[in-house]
Design a protein around this ligand. Structure first.
Ligand code: 13P
Length: 259
């Protein structure tokens, strides 16, 4: 558990209007900047809203991230966004989100290339891993998640550890309201840490942060952020409601204040 929690707000493909995006970021700003020594907040809006939101966040402790990036720096890759383009505006990028794996056909190899490219361009990375419900039901969580971690970090080294975060997001818990049992989350996060240690060494692995994601809200966040080995949460739907996200930040700050 790191000395301060990381709360990452993945807005996904929301809100549709620039004005609503600006209202949302302004709505979460007071709580997100209130206790920076206890909670680090990073916001991941859709690409078109990054520049406007970067202006709002300038000079605050809140960090900005993109929800994806490509692995090349420039060239004939229609529709793609390079990590070199992002680094002027963002400190963070998400790679390997299960929605990209499911809807865009992202493979472990693509996730590994994106993760390495983002790290090489001075961005911090939240790499997402998680099992499908059929894996969970078949007791295959450890095998699936370990495989994703090993494949996704194939091009990473110990030097990347301080800028590397792994988010454990069981796919069946995302957007379902069916958040994972904290015991299951804990065991899987412990296994993720062990796997990272095998890949880059135990010392470096201690610097890698591990988050839980999947139907996190103000009522259940405490159960995750108080888990040993949990460094915070990746929040989807609940981060689109300024009041709810404010409560998530406040609850997390209260847990970390008592550590
Ligand atoms: P929900 O919080 O909406 O379940 O989404 C989680 C997620 O996918 C964050 O990346």
């Amino acid at each position: 558990m790191s000395p301060k929690a990381l709360l990452a707000a993945n807005w996904k493909m929301n809100p549709v209007n620039a004005g609503d995006a600006l209202d949302l970021v302004k709505g979460v700003l007071p709580a997100s900047t209130a206790k920076p020594e206890l909670v680090e907040v990073a916001i991941f809006p859709p690409f078109p809203w990054l520049l406007g939101i970067a202006e709002v966040l300038e000079g605050t402790t809140v960090k900005l991230g993109a929800q994806d990036c490509f692995w090349e720096i420039s060239g004939a890759y229609t529709g793609e966004v390079s990590p070199a383009m992002l680094k002027g505006w963002c400190q963070w990028v998400i790679t390997g989100h299960s929605e990209r794996r499911a809807y865009l056909g992202e493979t472990d190899d693509m996730v590994a290339r994106k993760t390495a490219a983002a790290l090489a361009n001075d961005l911090s990375v939240i790499m997402c891993v998680g099992e499908l419900d059929e894996h969970y039901d078949a007791g295959r969580t450890a095998e699936v998640v370990t495989g994703q971690v090993r494949a996704g970090l194939a091009n990473c080294s110990a030097d990347d550890s301080a800028r590397l975060v792994i988010a454990y997001e069981p796919v069946w818990a995302i957007g379902s309201g069916k958040s994972a049992d904290p015991e299951h989350a804990y065991k899987t996060m412990r296994m993720i840490r062990k796997t990272v240690g095998e890949l880059i060494g135990a010392g470096a692995a201690r610097k890698v942060r591990v988050l839980y994601g999947g139907s996190v809200n103000a009522s259940n966040v405490e159960a995750y952020v108080e888990l040993p080995l949990c460094d915070g949460c990746l929040v989807g739907g609940a981060s689109l409601n300024a009041e709810e996200f404010t409560k998530i930040v406040e609850v997390t700050a209260a847990v970390y204040a008592h550590l």
